[in-house]
Design a binder for this molecule. Structure first.
Ligand code: NAD
Ligand code: IPM
Ligand code: MN
Length: 353
């Protein structure tokens, strides 16, 4: 049976608190369902590591990571370390260096989970956002002049390429084609952004012709924000640029109960580089160290990782166990209105496996 090597970067804040239980859940599911073996390689890269060594990723770090089959990440970001070190030194370069251009973020309203929206039935919200993950508004292009003076100027340039738009839009069409509703919404802002977003729309409209079986349409991002709240059930697959996808996936997480349930996969579809799996949420400094973080987003992210490693039975078993725990509603973390600790939630999932 094949062994997959997983690099684990638990990171900062609640990162390690949710990643260790998630690893335990995966080990438990593999003991029961088999399908392969995993070898966990824990890497200490974090804000604490930076404070000790002066770097967050060692000089051979990217080479080390590249030798793995997948990366499991908690979160990086600490109030006492600049985001230029954590986010710009580790997270964003990883997505770009490993060409993880598909950031897949499902949002599903589980039975037993209260939505902050009124009268939403279990399963009525069931969408998946395909977020472009390597360019767009996150391109590291720009500069700062006369910093700190009255003449201070900052230029932040968005970069949209035909190739970059086409590959994420095509991935989203392929995903929509495989889902029962076969619906795809492209998020735009071409009314206000006449270069990048117009290229995005052009590519969307041309790729659309190859998918006559998919019901495809475009929606301005401001109207989309409204409709994610007003009628989230109309969305099936959604494709968005880097920044719009980022913002909308905190919203899709919240209308389905909590960011504590939101999983994500950063995929390099060509498999030239390892893909990375992480919860949508961050290091949550406000609750770090209290043992109350919801581990389900991290646990559901491991299911996406097992999908990627074609360990489908194990992935499905994790999703079924999470759904069972939520439906029963006895062991819920505070973000879902309960009083259970991180450990208690993870133990409930293991018991359900
Ligand atoms: P956050 O997602 O960390 O927290 C937002 C809110 O959600 C907080 O109130 C937090 O307590 C709550 N929350 C988040 N995860 C939760 C969980 N599992 N269970 C219960 N509640 C949860 O976002 P933020 O506060 O804007 O960012 C904090 C830091 O994390 C920043 O440094 C940011 O850059 C970083 N960040 C990192 C990643 C990543 O590494 N992938 C993602 C997002 C934010
Ligand atoms: C996310 C996070 C990151 C992003 C931050 C930490 C740069 O918010 O993964 O959603 O904006 O992509
Ligand atoms: Mn985000």
């Amino acid at each position: 049976m094949a062994t997959s090597r997983i690099a684990v970067i638990a990171g900062d804040g609640i990162g390690p608190e949710v990643i260790e239980p998630a690893i335990q859940v995966v080990d438990a599911v593999i003991r029961k369902f088999g399908g392969g073996t995993l070898e966990w390689n824990r890497l200490p890269w974090s804000s604490a590591y930076y404070k000790q060594t002066g770097h967050i990723v060692p000089s051979d770090g990217w080479e080390t990571l590249a030798k793995h089959d997948a990366i499991l990440l908690g979160a990086v970001g600490s109030p006492d370390v600049p985001e230029t070190v954590t986010v710009h030194g580790l997270l964003l370069p990883m997505r770009r260096k490993f060409d993880q251009y598909v950031n897949l973020r499902p949002a599903y309203l589980y039975d037993g989970v209260p939505s902050p929206l009124k009268n939403k039935a279990p399963g009525s919200i069931d969408m998946i956002v395909y977020r472009e993950n390597t360019e767009g508004e996150y391109a590291p292009v720009g500069g700062r002049l006369y910093e700190g003076t009255a003449a201070d100027i900052a230029i932040q340039t968005a970069v949209f390429t035909r190739r970059g738009c086409e590959r994420i839009i095509r991935a989203a069409f392929e995903a929509a084609r495989k889902r029962p509703r076969k619906k795809l919404t492209s998020i735009t802002k071409s009314n206000a952004l006449p270069f990048g977003m117009v290229l995005w729309d052009d590519v969307f409209n041309s790729v659309k012709k190859e998918y006559p079986d998919v019901q495809a349409g475009s929606l301005l991002v401001d109207a989309a924000a409204m409709d994610f709240v007003r009628k989230p059930e109309v969305f099936d697959v959604v494709v968005a640029s880097n920044l719009f996808g980022d913002i909308l996936t905190d919203l899709s997480a919240m209308v389905t109960g909590s960011v504590g349930l939101a999983s994500s996969a950063n995929i390099n579809p060509e498999r030239t580089f390892p893909s990375m799996f992480e919860p949508v949420h961050g290091s949550a400094p406000d609750i770090a160290g209290k043992g109350i973080a919801n581990p389900l987003a991290a646990i559901l992210s491991t299911a996406l990782m097992l999908d990627h490693l074609t360990m489908t039975a194990a992935a499905d078993a994790i999703r079924a166990a999470v759904a069972a725990v939520l439906k029963e509603g006895k062991v819920m973390s505070p973000d879902l209105g309960g009083t259970a600790s991180t450990t208690q939630v993870a133990e409930a999932v293991m018991a359900a496996i």
